[in-house]
Design a binder for this molecule. Structure first.
Ligand code: APR
Length: 173
C-alpha cells in the first residue's frame, strides 16, 4: 500500500529516499526548484549532471535520469524534464504523466521506497496548476501497481494554490 500525501514546503528539506527535480533537457541546472536543488546539493551534483549529459546527450521531456543526492537529505535525485505548456494540444498531458511514471520506475530500480515530487512544469514551463495536479495524481496512481516497493509519494507544493489543489485531489480518492 503506497501512501500519497501533499505537503507545503521546500523539497530540498524533505527527508525521503529520493527527490525529483524539475530539470531541463540540458541537465545543467537552472532557476526554480532546479536551482534550489543544485544550491542545496552543492557542486558535486552539477559535476555528475554534466557527466550524465555528456554520456546520454541530455534528457528528453518526459524522461528521467538519476544522480546522487550529495549534501541533500535524500539518497538520490531523479531529474525529469517536464513539457513546456503550449496550450494542451501538443502532447503535454502525456509527457507530464510520463515524468511521474518514469521517475517512479527509476526510483524503484534504485531501491528507493519514499519519493518526493515538486509540481513539475507549473513554474517556468507555464503548465496550468490545476491541470498539472490532475495529471500528476492520475499518473502516480496509475503507476503504483508497477512500483509496489514504493511506500510513500509526497507532492511537495511550494505555494498554497498547488497545495490546495493536491489536498482536494488526494481527499477525493
Ligand atoms: N521546493 C519545491 N518546489 C519548488 C521549489 C522548492 N525549493 N522552488 C520552486 N518550486 C516550485 C515552483 O513554485 C513550481 O511550482 O516548483 C514548481 C516547478 O517550477 P520550476 O522550478 O520553474 O520548474 P518547471 O516549471 O518545470 O520549469 C523547468 O525551469 O528552473 C528551470 O532548469 C529548469 O529549465 C527548467 C525549467
Amino acid at each position: 500500500m503506497t501512501v500519497l500525501e501533499a505537503v507545503l514546503g521546500d523539497i530540498t528539506k524533505v527527508a525521503v529516499d529520493g527527490i525529483v527535480n524539475a530539470a531541463n533537457s540540458g541537465l545543467l541546472g537552472g532557476g526554480g526548484v532546479d536551482g534550489a536543488i543544485h544550491r542545496a546539493a552543492g557542486p558535486g551534483l552539477l559535476a555528475e549532471c554534466r557527466d550524465i549529459a555528456r554520456r546520454l546527450g541530455g534528457c528528453p521531456a518526459g524522461e528521467a535520469v538519476v544522480s546522487a543526492g550529495y549534501n541533500l537529505p535524500c539518497k538520490k535525485v531523479i531529474h525529469t524534464v517536464g513539457p513546456v505548456w503550449r496550450g494542451g494540444g501538443a502532447g503535454e498531458p502525456e509527457r507530464l504523466g510520463s515524468c511521474y511514471r518514469k521517475s517512479l520506475l527509476l526510483a524503484r530500480e534504485e531501491g528507493l521506497e519514499t519519493v518526493a515530487f515538486p509540481n513539475i512544469s507549473t513554474g517556468v514551463y507555464g503548465y496550468p496548476k490545476d491541470l498539472a495536479a490532475e495529471t500528476a495524481v492520475r499518473a502516480v496512481k496509475a503507476a503504483l501497481p508497477e512500483v509496489p516497493e514504493i511506500t510513500r509519494v509526497v507532492f511537495v507544493c511550494f505555494d498554497m494554490e498547488n497545495y490546495r489543489l493536491y489536498q482536494n485531489l488526494l481527499e477525493n480518492r
